[in-house]
Design a binder for this molecule. Structure first.
Ligand SMILES: [Zn+2]
Ligand SMILES: [Zn+2]
Length: 275
């Protein structure tokens, strides 16, 4: 398990207020929390291997598709390209909210394979929000890279097999898919930056300040226990409208009425672990 220590950001986050709210008892927060230690130890070499393969494949496909998008660019598509990029970013933001909400709210670390591999990081993040700042590039981005491999591979295959006329017609749709794939791939990196208070490159802070990517202050709204709102972590553009609509609350009520499952039961269980 290779981890890169980001002391600056860690120091900054420990100065920020600890998550508080109902139902959290006297549990300690951060890397010393008993639940956080147990969750960190569940990060396995097999998981690490899956992340490495995902990152290498994903970034190779991104480079391949980017070159083909540039090679097939036509000025006449300019407005479509702009619209496609904005729509791609909005879709990525919504998808980040849906996946984050799903993993935070339902399921358990005890689920076979899936629980340890994909639910565990979400539980760890709530009881030790600084851990993400100590994860290296592979651990931060591995899972998101895995999600975009299949659509990116499909796009690459089509660039190799379609005629130029077919590519011309499908071009705006591919711009949408490419923007969506890029922002889905980068979501957890953007999320990590939103927890990093020192040592960020200037261009990252500028993007945060302009709210082109998730700003630090904005994401802190989510980190107030019981972690029930502001789930979107790519740009955060959809957090306010979804909160106003009561979108997540309504979805939880619906699922609870159908399945009888209580939202965030597993998350609460980990937060209350003291030994
Ligand atoms: Zn969360
Ligand atoms: Zn976070």
């Amino acid at each position: 398990m290779a981890r890169m220590v980001n002391e600056n950001s860690c120091e900054a986050e420990t100065q920020s207020p600890e998550p508080q709210g109902p139902g959290r008892g006297a549990a300690r927060w951060g890397p010393q929390h008993a639940g956080a230690r147990e969750l960190a130890n569940l990060y396995s070499p097999g998981k690490r291997c899956q992340e490495w393969i995902s990152v290498v494949l994903c970034f190779s496909l991104i480079a391949f598709n980017f070159i083909h998008l540039l090679a097939n660019f036509h000025l006449g598509h300019s407005w479509y390209i702009l619209l496609s990029i904005v729509a791609g970013i909005l879709t990525a933001d919504f998808a980040s909210g849906l996946v984050h909400w799903g993993a935070d709210t339902w399921g358990s670390v005890d689920l076979p394979i899936f629980g340890k591999a994909f639910i565990r990081p979400f539980r760890e993040h709530h009881i030790d929000p600084t851990a993400i700042t100590r994860h290296d590039f592979i651990e931060t981005n591995g899972d998101n890279c895995m999600l975009t491999i299949v659509p990116l591979a499909n796009m690459a295959f089509n660039f190799l097999t379609l005629s130029p006329a077919e590519v011309y017609h499908i071009y705006p749709w591919y711009c949408y898919l490419f923007a969506l794939a890029i922002f889905v791939t980068l979501t957890n990196q953007i999320h990590k930056w939103s927890h990093t208070y020192f040592g960020l490159p200037r261009w990252v802070v500028l993007l945060q300040d302009c709210h082109i990517i998730l700003p630090r202050k904005h994401h802190r709204v989510h980190h107030v226990s019981p972690h029930e709102t502001y789930f979107c972590i790519t740009t955060g553009w959809l957090n306010y409208p979804l909160e106003k609509l009561g979108f997540w609350r309504n979805l939880e009520d619906l699922i609870q009425s159908v399945t009888g499952e209580k939202p965030r039961a597993d998350d609460l269980k980990w937060a209350q672990k003291v030994k």
